[in-house]
Write a new protein. Structure first.
Lengths: 487, 66
């Protein structure tokens, strides 16, 4: 294993053997480094290239590129807490690109200052595999405009691209113009603990997607409130994949999405527990079929709650929502079940403005239904799904059951309460997972995302809709169970 | 460029006093852009509308000028 030193001010032999003889650019070190190497980058390293910068990392994992807090200690013993080592493209219509497999920490990366479509920053670009982890890095767009100027994450997916995994941890982004954005292009992309420099410009739309791209994205534990952008993500590009925003701070008055998804394969944008203030229940799901928003006024008495605030979900379908192929699915509702070998009933309460095709506007079982997954085998964790939609597409639809539940129905002219219920026999203890499916175009239905009627699900249990179930132990204490929905 | 912008505020507030707002921005080509957000209690809807319109116009100007 050979480690290398990089320092722009070095005036030695340029072998990278130590600080005196360090390489003067990271690119030079990458020409000889292997996936077993560490590349130490000096705290006073500063490169302005005047041409494209391309970091081509090894084709398998292991390489570390580390911004350290010294340019004298050999070997270094501390990392730069605030990235000071910087490489920038400078005055050139060229890209800054990073490709291959590497762990990169503590560096400042700046793209070109020329207003050019080519002046982009590419993290994971090119037809090869990418496994990049950037930790505590500053990613700054250098130019002041141009629609091409962006931070692209992941490559365009084609038959030549291999596996792609890109993690951005505790990175800070700085923009220079309203048009600039972070474009999620391809692969498994994860951003955790990232932030936006308040001293930079405010992008209109923080995230965009690449045409024909395929992304599974997670943005979690990020403080995105540094600048007050208008839109969190543009969903109008024809591409595929779910994007989850979770447990993050966002500016007030931000629109979660702009544009409309082009088809069912566009995926879902999940906005889970993100807000500008201290809430723990805010939710938004946006898909081709419609949207789902957290609601705290039109709520069911005794329904879903976080323990302090009663909650419902407002499901709003678009014209594209239709039975049987393109309905709107609610987020998953999860409850732990201890009952085995005997039948249980799971119920979801709903209310709407008499928007159904049934009697007096009741929703029918080809317009809305519940789907429940449970363990149906005692010998193995083999699951099964039960629902209460009509049995076949040719079956005559029937009204879903009416309900006597109490709802606050502010603003609903002709409220009609119904319930969605299924009865089944779990054979193993485990989670019961439910979704409400709404297949009637251009309608609004409020659902209380709490599975009622289940044994033991009425006392000392609070469900935080989305992916967390809190179960208070009768003798005190609390078990917090988190289901990993999506990622 | 955005040539007209309007907003509609939900008739009722959420439990914490905030309200959902839907904005519609129309550009010079007649294309409509709809945004929805959860507004703070003391939100200046007009100022937010203007800021959003400016942001969208800036984005469109750069795209068209590329």
């Amino acid at each position: 294993m050979t480690d290398y030193y990089v320092r722009s001010a070095a005036a030695g032999t340029g072998t990278g053997a130590d600080w005196t003889n360090a390489f003067t650019t990271i690119t030079a070190a990458l020409a000889v480094a292997t996936n077993a190497s560490k590349i130490y980058v000096a705290d006073d390293h500063a490169v302005t290239a005047g041409a494209a910068i391309t970091w081509t990392c090894p084709t398998s994992p292991g390489l570390q590129i580390l911004g350290v807090n010294t340019h004298t200690s050999t070997p270094p013993t501390g990392l730069a807490s605030t990235p000071s080592a910087v490489e920038q493209v400078g005055a050139s219509s060229s890209a800054f690109s990073i490709a291959g497999y590497a762990y990169i920490e503590g560096l400042k990366i700046v793209s070109a200052t020329n207003n050019s479509a080519a002046a982009v920053m590419n993290i994971g670009s090119g037809n090869l595999g990418h496994g990049l982890v950037l930790k505590n890095c500053i990613l700054q767009l250098g130019n002041t405009g141009n629609a091409g100027s962006l931070i692209s994450v992941g490559p365009a997916i084609n038959s030549s691209v291999k596996d792609v995994s890109i993690e951005l941890r505790d990175c800070n982004f700085k923009f220079n113009n309203a048009v600039q954005t972070i474009r999620l292009q391809g692969g498994l992309i994860e951003m955790r603990g990232c932030s936006i420099d308040a001293a930079g410009s405010t992008p209109t739309t923080l995230f965009t997607r690449l045409a024909a791209g395929v992304v599974k994205g997670l943005v979690q534990d990020c403080d995105l409130s540094g600048v007050s952008f208008t839109n969190l993500i543009d969903i109008s590009t024809a591409c595929s994949g779910d994007i989850i925003f979770r447990n993050s701070k966002v500016p007030s008055s931000v629109s979660v999405t702009t544009g409309s998804m082009t088809g069912p394969g566009s995926g879902v944008v999940h906005f889970q527990n993100c807000d500008s203030s201290g809430t723990n229940y805010r939710l938004a799901d946006v898909s081709y079929a419609g949207s789902i928003l957290s609601e705290t006024t039109i709520v069911c008495t005794g329904g879903a709650t976080d323990g302090a605030t009663s909650l419902s979900w407002k499901m709003v379908t678009k014209a594209s929502s239709a039975y049987p192929a393109t309905p709107l699915y609610s987020p998953q509702i999860a409850v732990w079940n201890d009952t085995t070998g005997s039948s249980v009933t799971a119920t979801i309460e709903i209310v709407h403005d008499s928007v159904g095709a049934g009697a007096a506007g009741a929703l029918q079982n080809d317009e809305i239904w519940i789907e429940v997954d449970y363990i149906s085998s005692s010998g193995t964790p083999l699951g099964a799904r039960i629902d209460n939609k009509k049995s076949t597409v040719l079956t005559t639809a029937a009204d879903q059951a009416s309900s006597s539940a109490t709802w606050t129905t502010t603003g609903i002219v002709t409220p009609l309460k119904q319930k969605l219920s299924v009865t089944f026999t779990p054979q193993l203890k485990g989670f019961i997972l439910a979704k409400v499916v709404l297949a009637k175009a251009s309608k609004t239905v409020y659902i209380s995302p709490r599975l009622t009627d289940l044994p033991g699900n009425s006392v000392n249990q609070r469900q935080i809709p989305g992916d967390v179930y809190v179960n208070e132990i009768s003798g005190g204490g609390m078990i917090l169970t988190r289901l990993q929905t999506g990622m | 460029m955005i040539v007209s912008s309007t907003f509609v505020v939900d008739d009722y507030a959420q439990a914490d006093g905030r309200r959902y707002v839907t904005e519609t921005h129309v550009d010079g080509n007649g294309e409509s852009i709809t945004l929805s957000y959860l507004a703070n209690i003391d939100a200046d809807y007009d100022a937010i509308l203007v800021a959003h319109a400016q942001g969208i116009s800036a984005l469109q100007a750069e795209v068209m000028g590329d």
